[in-house]
Design a protein around this ligand. Structure first.
Ligand code: FDA
Length: 307
């Protein structure tokens, strides 16, 4: 019951104001967000890479409402790419971007988002790294995949994210399972209507396994974005069956979630990448983390009680 309420709250400006200004929120947010500043993000990269983990960095922000904000998002990523290049971190750290932060939802948003993200992908390339396009709600999938295809013409390593909750995703996996493609498979963090998405968690999980099979038997580079021990075990079993080497796929988890498992997998010889969000606009990201796991809400509520 709580999940849908939190999904609605994640897009409410009033609740955003209340949650964002409540002092007890901060320590809870810090569990999921590496910091507000670029230097804090770089410090998190150093700490994670020191533990044999790789990183994808997300400068927090989404659903911008004017073109100037979209330019600020672009500039934040350009600064990030420059820092990764300067610090020699391009090999271990890539960047994840949400196209709604680049203006995708504004009038003419498809072209605007493409124009804003292109320099970021160019800067990533110059810094020796890549970009993965996060996937947002189902209304954005066609535009995001079209921008992904356009970017891949010049930068074939640009990654995409597919969400197993969507009914269309098996077809998208087939289309993107070819050589050179990098696809992060996730279950999906947005509340979606029944016309386009499975409503039952078990069906989402079963679809995840079908999608995983398509990607693991394909010729691309699958990125398994899940904390679910069953999905991780199935991915390992599929890799073994199809004879994939440990460097031909990777596991991905979110910053602050199942950290011991991240390290355990890396120590066992797997490639593991941690998704590290940073910046001041943490509200939407934080609320989605609460919505997907009641234990996270309990953690949040306990911080009020323990004051
Ligand atoms: P799920 O929530 O289904 O839980 C299954 C099991 O996993 C649990 O029963 C438990 O055993 C374990 N588990 C899960 N969370 C845990 C926790 N906090 N602590 C301990 N155990 C836990 N979504 C999206 O729509 N677009 C995107 O671009 C992305 N990008 C993205 C990147 C990366 C790297 C990750 C890991 C995830 C995303 N997501 C995403 C979010 C994704 O869609 C999904 O909402 C969450 O990963 C939750 O689903 P899981 O598969 O992790 O487990």
């Amino acid at each position: 019951m709580l999940g849908p309420v939190l999904h609605v709250a994640s897009r409410s400006d009033t609740i955003r104001r209340v949650v964002s200004t409540t002092p007890v929120t901060r320590p809870v947010v810090d569990r999921f967000v590496a910091g507000e500043r670029l230097d804090q993000a770089v410090a998190a990269v150093r700490s994670l890479t020191g533990r044999n983990l790789e990183v994808t960095l997300d400068h927090l922000g989404e659903d911008v409402t004017d073109p100037a904000e979209a330019l600020r998002a672009r500039d934040a990523y350009l600064a990030l790419a420059e820092a990764l290049g300067k610090e020699g971190l391009g090999e271990r750290a890539e960047m994840s971007v949400k196209l709604s932060a680049f203006g995708q939802a504004l009038p003419g948003g498809h072209d605007l988002a493409l124009a804003n993200v292109l320099p970021v992908v160019e800067a990533a390339h110059a810094a020796g790294t890549t970009v993965t396009l996060d996937m947002e709600d189902h209304t954005t999938v066609d535009s995001t995949l079209a921008i992904h295809a356009e970017l891949r013409r010049r930068f074939p390593a640009t990654g995409a994210v597919l969400q197993s909750c969507l009914l269309r995703t098996e077809d998208d996996c087939r289309a993107l399972a070819g050589e050179g493609s990098r696809v992060r498979l996730v279950k999906g963090a947005y509340r979606e209507p029944a016309e386009v998405a499975y409503q039952d968690k078990h069906l989402v999980d079963r679809a995840y396994v079908r999608c995983l099979r398509l990607l693991m038997t394909g010729d691309g580079y699958p990125m398994i974005g899940s904390h679910d021990p069953r999905m991780i075990a199935i991915a390992q079993e599929l890799a073994r069956r199809v004879g994939r080497s440990p460097r031909s796929y990777e596991f991905q988890m979110l910053y602050g979630i199942r950290e011991a498992e991240q390290v355990r997998l890396a120590e066992a010889g797997h490639r593991v990448r941690v998704y590290v969000p940073y910046g001041t606009d943490w509200y939407g990201y934080f609320m989605r983390r609460l919505a997907e796991r009641p234990a996270n809400v309990a953690f949040f509520l306990r911080s009020f009680v323990s004051r």
